[in-house]
Design a protein around this ligand. Sequence first.
Ligand SMILES: [Cu+2]
Length: 377
Amino acid sequence: MGRLTPIAAAFALMLATGAGAQSLQELPNSGAGPATAEDGVTTSDGGAMTQEEAIAATPDDPAVVPSAVGGLANAGTMSDAALGQPLGGYNIQPQVTALGKRADGFNIALLSIMAVVTLFVFGLLAWAMLKFRRKSNPVPSKTTHNVLIEVLWTVVPVLILVGIAVPSFALLLDQYDPPEADVTVKAIGHQWYWEYEYPDEGGFAFDAIMLSDEEAAAANEPRLLATDNRVVVPVGATVKVLVTSVDVIHSWAMPAFWVKMDAVPGKINETWFNAEQTGVYYGQCSELCGTRHAFMPIVVEVVEPAQYAAWVAARQEDAGIDPTDLVEEEIATADEPDVPTVDAGAGGEMSDLPTADTAPPAGTVVEQSNTESAPTN
Ligand SMILES: [Cu+2]
């Protein structure tokens, strides 16, 4: 018991300092934290929505854009049971983005290194226990130092860690350094469904509501993962996803793209993907957000560019948007300077968020690095 006391004391101290640091971090943000009812949250139609209104906007009254085909705003691609959805095995879903493939390979490499190290250490333990037990080794050695062994057990682990760090940092940097976007999609989390907006295509928007078990079965889609409307994007295009929320923190996650980004009220986070294969891909909200957290799935339909153009034209027609107006608008705004960007840093800590005093001007995009990009949850 005597030896446990200092450990318990250290643990209590750790808890105390951890809690202290947390409350300090929260203090400067108390006035500029996640949007409250007074702040109002800007919605897709440009108006302000209070938190109560946002919560009241339940899936019962979705503002679905009607579609020419079947009332669904999707391009009608059939889902493939071997792609873009859980396979029921122990492995990560097949990746369809270059970064996803790299990350998947890195994951397997790390697991292999861990397996080798673990087996080696357990082997050493077993060997030492057998070889140096009292019965087979009655006179213990008095050796206390061995320079060669000490250098080896320091240098070898350092080399292993450096060998892991180099590809790891390279992958991380590439994830946060997106190429210029071809398509921009805004994903807005609601309790409990996702709303999508295509700001560059005239700003048409729609909600994605989960299909019931019967509807999913009838459409030959996986249970609890299919939605009535899907995010449609072209294959081989760099898609920028702006992720935000109007009520609580959600998370927009797509395992087959190795993408996961928190949806934080009052803040726009950015992530991106470039899908190399057409198909229907399923994901889920990955931040516990309330009672129906498990029932706000995400569906991305990757189609050929021509199919995408037709889908956009149909959505614009449904929403009463004249595409020729958009071209004129683009020319009119072409001379305006770029919106400044503030990088919140790798941690994305609360303390890194702009406070009321230092907040960047309205319209500034605050980038948050995605430190939890792995699709496994
Ligand atoms: Cu959610």
